[in-house]
Write a protein that binds this ligand. Structure first.
Ligand code: SF4
Length: 309
């Protein structure tokens, strides 16, 4: 990892260039997701690197814990309504974690780090623990789980995404998205919450498919909290516009082979911070005690920046 970028990039204080032709092609996805839109707007250089730099294997990362929690929820909501009980949820927790442990890499990791297995289980439990506080899974009408959105264009851009849970309420569809990190309000001093933007884009995608969708909700499953997303027409149209603009900017960066660095508070959580010329020049960049999950939630787990580059 330390020398991974050698000979592959030309990185200066302004922007990142990719010198390896094969990696250049990887820097821009053919179909754009709401999370990719968010990440590219945050820092193009980091976005391009994330497309091809291998991620260190870390089963305790918020993203990996979230993936396991999502699998448990998916299996639970795929059960007949009468079976979507706490008891079944506990059985699925055992089933999904045992299945995950069949993965050679994970098995090897826990053989080398035996204490982490207990932590891994407790992080998964914490991530799932508030689901039944939010709603009774037996009382909802499930239309789909992990529903893939494809063949949808938003603002002329091919969009890709997965809707965690699609319910029917009063003869129309309602989107639900699980967030296993900490609760985030609709807006902060940084603007609208990205969780809401993501759901508005899914909402727009379903409308494009001609489906009768009436709303979107966020379920913060570790905290047992939920909230409704504002899906007013102007908000949705704004988000679609920014989504298309972000993709157009990314294509432009690829054409010029120049992905600007964008230093800021998030650099402290960036895995490339020690290799980034702009961050190293900036007096404002500090390494954080906290890492972020994919949605930007602080989690208390730090990247070990010394192991990268
Ligand atoms: S350290 Fe900051 S500027 Fe550099 S790539 Fe990461 S997010 Fe971008």
């Amino acid at each position: 990892m330390e020398h991974f970028l050698e000979g592959k990039v030309d990185w200066d204080v302004n922007s990142l260039g990719i010198t390896d032709e094969e990696l250049q092609k990887k820097a821009v996805p053919r179909a754009f997701s709401p999370s990719a839109s968010k990440a590219s707007a945050a820092c193009m250089a980091r976005f391009a690197l994330d497309r091809f730099v291998p991620r260190p294997f870390d089963p305790l990362s918020p993203a990996d814990i979230g993936t396991i929690a999502h699998s448990i929820f998916e299996e639970l909501f795929n059960e007949k309504s009468v079976n979507r009980t706490r008891k079944r949820g506990n059985e699925l927790f055992k089933h999904v974690t045992q299945d995950a442990l069949k993965n050679d890499e994970l098995h090897k990791y826990f053989t080398e780090n035996p204490d982490d297995q207990t932590l891994w289980r407790s992080l998964i439990i914490k991530a799932c623990s508030g689901l039944f506080t939010i709603f009774n899974p037996s009382e909802v009408e499930v239309i789909g789980t992990e529903e893939k959105l494809y063949n949808v264009q938003l603002g002329g851009v091919d969009m890709i995404g997965y809707i965690d849970l699609l319910l029917e309420e009063d003869e129309s569809l309602v989107i639900w998205d699980y967030k296993t990190g900490k609760y985030m309000p609709e807006a902060s001093r940084f603007g609208d919450c990205e969780h809401d933007t993501q759901q508005r884009l899914y909402f727009a995608a379903l409308i494009c498919q001609g489906r009768n969708v009436s709303g979107a909700n966020l379920a913060y499953t570790s905290e047992g909290k939920a909230r409704k997303v504002n899906t007013d027409e102007t908000k949705v149209a704004d988000d679609v516009k920014h989504f298309a603009e972000n993709y157009a900017t990314l294509l432009q960066c690829q054409k010029q082979n120049s992905y600007p660095n964008k230093t800021g508070v998030l650099c402290g959580w960036c895995p490339y911070v020690k290799a980034c010329p702009a961050a190293q020049m900036s007096v404002n960049v500090k390494y954080s005690r906290h890492a972020l999950d994919e949605s930007g939630d602080a989690t208390g787990k730090a990247y070990n920046v010394d192991e990268l580059f």
